[in-house]
Design a binder for this molecule. Structure first.
Ligand code: FES
Length: 114
């Protein structure tokens, strides 16, 4: 089972949430279901306001896929490089920044800072 640890200025302390790997949930939904106030305006991958820093914890490298829409907004926001934008798959090191409304959580152990 994976989990997400949220850290942020608007939180009194770290909050850890367990993730069912079969649930197919987005990071923004996980946060919303637990009252964690991640920034978001559109909830549909159109604005880029939900960009958060994501760091893997205790996980082996795994293949990560970012949608074109996610890469586009991360590039526009200066969160990924043009070279990263060209890659759909990141076999070892996913980008530090992700869009919470586009990020599909799997069986991962991650820390999210916002
Ligand atoms: S909330 Fe707008 S891109 Fe995620």
């Amino acid at each position: 089972m994976g989990y997400v640890t949220f850290v942020g200025m608007k939180l009194p302390d770290r909050i850890q949430v367990n993730i069912d790997p079969d649930a197919e949930v987005k990071l923004l939904d996980v946060a919303g279901n637990h009252g964690i106030p991640l920034p978001c305006d559109c909830m549909q991958g159109h604005c880029g306001s939900c960009a958060v820093k994501v760091a893997p914890l205790f996980s082996a490298p795994q293949m990560t896929r970012l949608s074109l829409r996610e890469r586009y907004f991360l590039l526009r926001a200066g969160k990924i490089s043009a070279a990263q934008y060209q890659n759909e798959y990141f076999p070892d090191h996913p980008p530090l920044w992700r869009l919470a409304c586009e990020y599909q959580i799997t069986d991962e152990k991650i820390m999210v800072a916002f």
